[in-house]
Design a binder for this molecule. Structure first.
Ligand code: ATP
Length: 300
């Protein structure tokens, strides 16, 4: 066995705005979202194997350890597309809550694609990696780049934009898992109030933190909030305790709050801990993947 190894951070994302424009003939929904990465990350470690096989293990979270794992699927896709005869041992240290609306699985898949591009010396550009990523899942392309972007199509068309003004993000996940597919299935696309995505883009572009907070919007709340009242309770609690803006991320159930001041995020973190066991205080990450290299998760 060769001990060539690569270790990559796979950060979570939140949606500052999530709109659904309609249902497509291929069964997917046409979306328009603003996504941004936060510094809560899994770590994906890839070890080159001379033998033609993929092994997968994980610590820290319950994820399938076979071909259902999105990181496994990423390795398999590269193997089949490029006829790779070498193998890989994948180890995922899970920190991102699973089935939480934070794209943990997609980010693991993106990290695996990027790492194997190096380890297997495939010579793909980042855009080529992102296009391949879309075959695994709609959020994978965004996760390949990270940063802040407008995602359209079924989520795989990525237009990079400036990062939002720096702020703290408090993530709170109630102890339930939400199926993204079920939420989309139950969405009444004809009767939704659309968030003003252009206004959010302007707010980000002009670095207007207050406008970012007031323009937060996610049409999937219309499905998840009635199904899971605990999500609404956490939203209300976070607002009451003093978040500048609150929203559910993706299809939920994670709720995030934005804060400009560390003292305030500390206070709300402590206030929520009695109410919800999984709470994380993190920062928004800046532009592009290079920014992921040297950050430390804040421990409060
Ligand atoms: P999104 O925000 O993209 O909808 P999510 O945060 O809601 O994603 P994930 O944590 O990515 O959800 O998990 C969704 C499903 O994918 C779960 O049922 C989980 O078992 C499965 N899964 C497969 N591989 C992984 C992985 N590496 N990490 C987490 N979940 C995975």
């Amino acid at each position: 066995m060769n001990d060539k190894k690569i270790s990559i951070k796979a950060p979570a994302k939140i949606n500052l705005s999530l709109d659904v424009l309609g249902k497509r003939k291929d069964g997917y929904h046409e979306v328009k979202m603003i996504m941004t990465t936060v510094d809560l990350a899994d770590r994906v470690e890839l070890t080159l194997l001379e033998e033609n096989k993929i092994t997968i293990e994980s610590t820290g979270g319950f994820v399938p350890l076979d071909q259902r794992n999105l990181a496994y699927q990423a390795a398999m896709l590269l193997k089949e597309t490029f006829g790779v005869k070498k193998g890989v041992g994948i180890h995922i240290s899970k920190n991102i809550p699973v089935a939480a609306g934070l794209a943990g699985g997609s980010s693991d898949a993106a990290a695996t694609l990027k790492g194997l591009n190096e380890l297997w010396e495939l010579g793909l550009s980042i855009d080529e990696v992102a296009v391949l990523g879309a075959k695994i899942g709609s959020d994978v392309s965004f996760c390949v780049y990270g940063g802040t972007a407008i995602a359209t199509g079924r989520g795989e068309h990525i237009e990079h934009i400036k990062p939002p003004p720096p702020c703290w993000v408090l993530l709170a996940k109630p102890p339930i898992g939400v199926s993204t597919a079920e939420v989309y299935r139950k969405l009444d696309v004809q009767n939704i109030e659309h968030p003003d995505i252009d206004a959010m883009v302007r707010a980000i572009d002009t670095y207007d933190y207050e406008a970012v907070c007031s323009q937060l919007g996610n049409v999937l709340e219309t499905v998840t909030l009635p199904l899971y009242p605990e999500v609404k309770q956490i939203k209300d609690q976070m607002s009451r305790l003093g978040a500048d803006g609150v929203l559910m991320s993706g299809s939920g159930p994670t709720v995030f709050g934005l804060f400009q001041h560390e003292s305030r995020v500390n206070r709300v973190y402590n206030g929520l801990r009695g109410f919800c066991t999984e709470v994380y205080a993190v920062r928004l990450l800046g532009e592009g993947q290079d920014d992921f290299k040297d950050y430390n998760r804040e421990k409060l």
